[in-house]
Design a protein around this ligand. Structure first.
Ligand SMILES: [Zn+2]
Length: 280
């Protein structure tokens, strides 16, 4: 499953609790060639050598990206876009069989990352980090849908009105007016706002825009408060408790609001589940 802003926030906060001031003793890369070919792992393996001996100084996040800043002018940037298992291990016994990157700290604890879908694990120097595609993409002027006071309803409408585009393109991907969301959050937000997935943003009236803005905040905050989605595990391997209100988990089920059978369309490069009666 995709890792979106709520799960990134949970991971980054847990990493801040447990990883700060830990010193990297060694690392291991496994089974990484496929990710390396598409630029999701550094082309030059030696870049990771420079992480050895570094101490973790801060952890920042935005959108789908976690930026781990170290001393000695080094950084590790994680962007688990299409799914990853990112885990902390207090000893060797709980290490998973497979990883892409394993880090051993000087206190004999571990941190492992395995991408289960496409996504980045990149080592970068202080001078190189700002040029990384995912840093430019998510540490940008595009607002975050939660956690930023400047992202008011008025700002949301301005951005929505500036681009007349399909509702999915406004929420997910390159032309989105917010960072950090993918197809999973999109399905939930428009179901809660009772908006059909094929709508164009230019056709939304003020009430619908309000519903969309409120639905976005409510869905994302509920997911953060419930420890992430129930198909996802946090840094300590604990399952999230949030069940999506719409998505593939609703396949062949009836709408809890109106009883109509949930339908699915392929739209904007993904499967979108929706209620044909509630969503207009
Ligand atoms: Zn319905």
């Amino acid at each position: 499953m995709s890792v979106e802003l709520p799960e990134i926030q949970i991971l980054a906060e847990q990493m801040t609790q447990i990883l700060l001031d830990k010193k990297i003793k060694s690392y291991d890369l496994q089974d990484f060639e496929k990710l390396q070919r598409v630029g999701f792992i550094n082309k030059n393996r030696d870049d990771y050598d420079r992480l050895v001996g570094c101490t973790i100084k801060s952890i920042n996040y935005r959108g789908n990206v976690i930026h781990i800043k170290m001393n000695k002018k080094m950084n590790l940037v994680l962007c688990p876009d299409y799914g990853a298992e990112i885990l902390y291990h207090k000893d060797r016994d709980s290490l998973p069989k497979k990883h892409h990157l394993k880090i051993e700290f000087s206190d004999d604890t571990f941190f492992t990352i395995r991408q289960t879908g496409m996504g980045c694990i990149l080592a970068a120097s202080d001078s190189g980090v700002k040029d990384l595609y995912v840093i430019k993409r998510d540490f940008s002027d595009t607002p975050s849908p939660v956690g930023e006071h400047e992202f008011t309803f008025e700002r949301f409408c301005e951005l929505l009105d500036a681009k007349k585009q399909n509702i999915k393109a406004a929420i997910v991907g390159r032309t989105a007016i917010v960072v950090g969301l993918s197809n999973a959050a999109f399905q939930e937000i428009i179901y809660k706002a009772r908006i059909h997935p094929k709508r164009n943003t230019s056709s939304l009236d003020d009430d619908e825009k309000h519903d969309l803005y409120d639905a976005m905040k409510q869905i994302l905050n509920a997911r953060i408060c419930s420890g992430g989605k129930d198909s996802w595990k946090n840094l300590f391997g604990e399952q999230g408790r949030y069940t999506p209100v719409m998505g593939s988990n609703m396949k062949e089920k009836d709408c809890p609001e109106c009883g109509a059978r949930i339908e699915m369309i392929t739209h904007g490069g993904g499967q979108v589940y929706f209620c044909p009666r509630c969503q207009k």
